[in-house]
Design a protein around this ligand. Structure first.
Ligand SMILES: Nc1ncnc2c1ncn2[C@@H]1O[C@H](COP(=O)(O)OP(=O)(O)O)[C@@H](O)[C@H]1O
Ligand SMILES: [Mg+2]
Length: 164
């Protein structure tokens, strides 16, 4: 599958805004095992910033902190469960089994996963891959589809590009 969408992100605020619009586009889509998004990019690329934009963009008013030490932070907002993972510090994918990872992939879930490669073999596969790359002082985001659901979301994005 090669359905993708790419856009520059001038600064942190642009990344937040992108996230807010993206999540509102994703919101109507549900799937038996949730909507699964892998967030890829180097440390400091903006994965957590994008997640914050998505969670607050759904209407969550509180603080969105990085799940670096907790592995996952949960937000219940707009009748969806958002699970924001950061698996950077995961030593063994098996730890995810002990966490009861299966329960996170439920119909109302939107799973945002930083460092998903650390959970390889245990995590559900992604519907969408999001890559954030450094471009000097700015960033470029690229989304690509990895499922039929992901392709539907990208098709929507292509038809209604995000304006920042
Ligand atoms: N376009 C941009 N989008 C997101 N963050 C940016 C951007 N430009 C600069 N930054 C800075 O980069 C850092 C991104 O941090 P963070 O979102 O925690 O990254 P990650 O989760 O990928 O490690 C922040 O300090 C932010 O201010
Ligand atoms: Mg992060």
């Amino acid at each position: 599958m090669n359905i993708s969408y790419s856009q520059p992100l001038a600064d942190e605020q642009a990344t937040c805004r992108f996230g807010a619009q993206l999540v509102n586009l994703i919101y109507p889509f549900t799937h038996e095992h949730g909507v699964v998004i892998y967030l890829n990019g180097e440390l400091g690329a903006g994965k957590t910033t994008l997640s914050r934009g998505m969670i607050q963009g759904l209407g969550y008013q509180g603080n969105v902190k990085s799940p670096t030490y907790t592995l996952v932070e949960t937000y219940h907002v707009a009748e969806r469960d958002i699970y924001h993972f950061d698996l950077y510090r995961l030593n063994d994918p098996e730890e995810l089994e002990f966490m009861g990872i299966r329960d996170y992939f439920s119909a109302q879930a939107i799973c945002l996963i930083e460092w998903a490669e650390k959970g390889e073999g245990v995590l559900n596969s992604a519907d969408l891959f999001v890559n954030i790359d450094y471009d000097n002082d700015t960033r470029r985001i690229e989304l690509s589809a990895n499922s039929t659901l992901g392709a539907e979301i990208i098709t929507q994005l292509q038809q209604h590009p995000i304006t920042l």
